[in-house]
Ligand binder design. Structure first.
Ligand SMILES: Cc1cc2nc3c(=O)[nH]c(=O)nc-3n(C[C@H](O)[C@H](O)[C@H](O)COP(=O)(O)OP(=O)(O)OC[C@H]3O[C@@H](n4cnc5c(N)ncnc54)[C@H](O)[C@@H]3O)c2cc1C
Ligand code: FES
Length: 384
């Protein structure tokens, strides 16, 4: 059910008021808090959004329509926003890939797939009501279309990985409808396919869109592969015959892939085999797992404002998880390497950055505990 929406206060007006009040000692942060108290959408620093509608897309995925203030920057399709929600007194931050809402310049929509045992996705699905106000960061990320729209684009999506692709599709349809777009979309079954009706309807009205929905059991390990059938049939993973059948000239266009690890790994291998890796753009929803030695025991010393802690980290755990398993409460937000709330300075030792795969050594380097694993004993200093 939609909630009442508020008129956004122009950003310029807010800044002018801040300028007039600063000689009185009223800082922008205090003014922001005051404006936010009157109406959260008037904030210009610590941005917030109000849930104005909520509906189910599938039994496990729901869409939130969010009203944002005038200070919220323009969204580039494919980018993500980090939102903050408080659950049982603890603030959690997670990234979601929004799309614009037709006819509403101050609204965006996010679609959240429930993850088994997941804190934030289940809270959003089951608890977060229409009318709730949540924290939101400006859009970020480089999983976006080129500045000049190419004549052909290939989108590969799996499960909730359809969200950034949907944002791109809507944008291309609205602004560059002559673009030839192929969308290959893996979902466990038609019931689990997010935006199923919308995509079918779009493919019927937009002749340039070649839509290939595929029922996948890619999430079901231990089951035998089935024969690929690109036109709506069942196939467990992306492979060359399927790709050739879905998009004959896939080698000639940029491709955007977002979905579970098996889909992304298959795409990476296919494009690499052809020497075309630069044409493939990837967006991962989960950080890679550490693959270090589970028997290694590295000593970790962490200096924080709240006090010094020591713990031991195995090579196959992130530093955040190792610290938590040792019984410490360690500051974190997204657990995905995005929000930087867990960033520490490396004073000595070596860690593996799980996102870039690089080894980081030496004094002074910033590292994120949620996407780093120890490669030696390490000394760290909290930066937040
Ligand atoms: C750039 C970016 C954009 C994203 N966009 C979206 C989006 O549009 N829609 C959406 O639903 N999610 C999206 N995500 C994932 C989202 O940020 C959360 O990770 C997800 O909602 C789970 O959070 P949680 O708190 O429920 O789970 P947590 O409590 O953090 O984790 C619970 C368990 O679920 C596993 N898990 C977490 N996320 C996933 C996942 N995506 N797939 C499989 N297992 C997982 C964890 O490994 C863990 O075992 C995006 C992530 C990133 C990095
Ligand atoms: S918790 Fe967000 S970057 Fe580590």
């Amino acid at each position: 059910m939609p909630a009442a929406t508020a008129v956004p206060l122009p950003v310029a007006a807010t800044r002018r008021v801040a300028g007039l009040l600063s000689p009185l000692g009223l800082t922008p942060a205090v003014l922001d808090d005051t404006l936010g108290w009157i109406n959260p959408m008037w904030r210009v620093h610590h941005l917030q959004a109000r849930v104005v509608a909520k509906h189910m897309e599938t039994p496990s995925a729901c869409t939130l329509v969010l009203q944002v203030g005038a200070a919220f920057p323009a969204l580039t399709p494919g980018q993500y926003v980090v939102i903050g929600v408080t659950i049982d007194g603890v603030r959690h931050r997670r990234a979601y890939s929004p799309r614009s809402v037709k006819g509403h310049t101050n609204q965006i929509a996010i679609t959240v797939q429930r993850q088994p045992g997941g804190r934030v996705s289940n809270h959003i699905r089951d608890q977060l009501p229409v009318g709730a106000v949540i924290d939101i960061d400006p859009p970020a990320g480089d999983f976006v279309l080129p500045a000049t729209t190419p004549p052909k684009v290939l989108l590969l999506a799996g499960g909730s990985g359809i969200t950034p692709c949907m944002s791109m599709l809507q944008h291309l349809y609205a602004t560059a409808p002559n673009t030839l777009v192929t969308l290959v979309y893996f979902a466990r079954s038609s019931v689990d396919r997010i935006f199923a009706q919308e995509l079918l309807a779009l493919s019927r009205t937009w002749k340039q869109l070649h839509y290939v929905p595929i029922d996948s059991m890619a999430h079901t390990p231990g089951q035998a592969p089935v024969t690929p059938s690109p036109e709506g049939g069942a196939a467990r993973v992306l492979n060359l015959p399927l790709l050739e059948a879905a998009c004959t000239d896939w080698r000639t266009m940029p491709a955007y892939c977002c979905g579970p690890a098996p889909l992304m790994d298959a795409a990476k291998a296919l494009w690499a085999e052809q020497g075309l890796s630069p044409q493939l753009h990837l967006e991962a929803f989960t950080a890679p797992s550490p693959s270090g030695d589970p028997n290694a025991r590295h000593r970790v010393a962490l200096d924080r404002i709240q006090g010094h802690i020591d713990f031991v980290a195995a090579g196959n755990l992130t530093l955040l998880v190792a610290g938590e398993e040792a019984g410490h409460q360690i500051k974190h937000g997204c657990r995905q390497g995005i929000c930087h709330e867990c960033t520490c300075r490396l004073k000595s030792g070596s860690v593996r950055d799980l996102v870039s795969g690089e080894r980081i050594d030496g004094e002074g380097q910033p590292i994120r505990l949620c996407v780093s694993s120890a490669m030696s004993d390490v000394e760290l200093e909290s930066m937040t």
